[in-house]
Design a protein around this ligand. Structure first.
Ligand SMILES: [Zn+2]
Length: 304
């Protein structure tokens, strides 16, 4: 109701402004910059109010439902993750990997790490690029000192597809992000996905040469294959590059690619052991104390 009144007032104001300069009259005096700015502000406000009204009218499947579902999912998360889960990273983060991956909604951390909280410093953008998020990647490597920089491309990547075609009609921000993908025109498939991953690894090696040469950083490139295009299994994270090495036979001999123990999570290094969380109260209902159904596991074995 309040919005409707505001909209009506704004429209009345605009109408009165327009009628103040009837077309039959002589040319109106030029508007000052201040007057123009005032009009722009009013138009913006009218658009904003109109958009808000539209939002209220959205039916099933609109943003209202999505936000409701997200809030419900979050309540479930809170219920099943007690204080102990957050304890190990309450005051600081010590992630073990800086991960550069595509924003594509089909790629998520649960494919790489069952408990990614505090573990993975995530950098996401279209085309899993270093160039368009350079500061974020530097933060992970230089300030958080992650021993691993992992580039994750994926099959059926829309950014790769776009970059392999004519994108001259896209907006300038989009063009800018596609420009930095160095792939050939006309090849929107897996070869270009791999090429881009290798390009990103090369860029990472170049940017962080000192860390790599001193043994403090390993740069790994991978392709997440949710369509089994690489015939290695659906959902497989296929490592295709380790510090610039792309020969599968040579990579297979690397300690880095030895099979993980039966119960991951990710390799336990560079991380203090998490203390066992105190027991939590039993709970019932949404407002009670959350349970530690999901205990954040210690990443480093307590004994050597
Ligand atoms: Zn993508």
């Amino acid at each position: 109701m309040k919005r409707s009144i505001g909209l009506a007032v704004a429209l009345c104001f605009l109408t009165s402004f327009v009628t103040a300069f009837p077309s039959v009259a002589a040319d109106p005096p030029p508007m000052s910059d201040a007057e123009k700015e005032k009009i722009r502000a009013i138009v913006k406000e009218v658009i904003r109010e109109y958009a808000a009204t539209l939002n209220e009218k959205q039916g099933h499947g609109g943003a209202n439902d999505i936000v409701s579902e997200i809030r419900q999912a979050n309540r479930n998360f809170m219920r099943t993750h007690g204080p102990g889960y957050f304890k190990t990273f309450l005051d600081a983060q010590q992630p073990r990997a800086t991960v550069v991956t595509c924003s594509d909604s089909r790629i998520h951390t649960h494919a790489l790490d069952a408990t990614p909280d505090g573990d993975l410093f995530m950098v996401r953008n279209i085309g899993n690029q270093i160039a368009t998020a350079e500061g974020s990647v530097e933060y992970g490597v230089h300030h958080l000192h992650t021993p691993l920089l992992l580039i994750v491309g994926h099959v059926a990547c829309g950014a790769i597809k776009a970059a392999a075609n004519d994108y001259s009609q896209e907006t300038s921000p989009l063009r800018r992000e596609l420009d930095s993908l160095q792939i050939p025109k006309g090849d929107p498939g897996l070869n270009s996905v791999k090429l881009n991953v290798n390009n990103q690894v090369r860029l990472g090696l170049s940017k962080f040469e000192n860390e790599v040469m001193s043994g403090h950083l390993t740069v790994v490139g991978a392709v997440y294959d949710f369509r089994n295009e690489m015939r290695q299994g659906q959902g497989k994270l296929n490592i295709i590059n380790v510090n610039g090495e792309t020969n599968p036979a040579k990579m297979a001999g690397m300690a880095l690619l030895k099979e993980a123990p039966a119960h991951p999570p990710m390799a336990a290094v560079h991380r203090p052991a998490a203390k066992k969380a105190p027991p939590t109260e039993a709970q019932s209902g949404e407002n009670s104390a959350p349970a530690d159904e999901h205990q954040k596991p210690a990443k480093k074995p307590s004994t050597h």
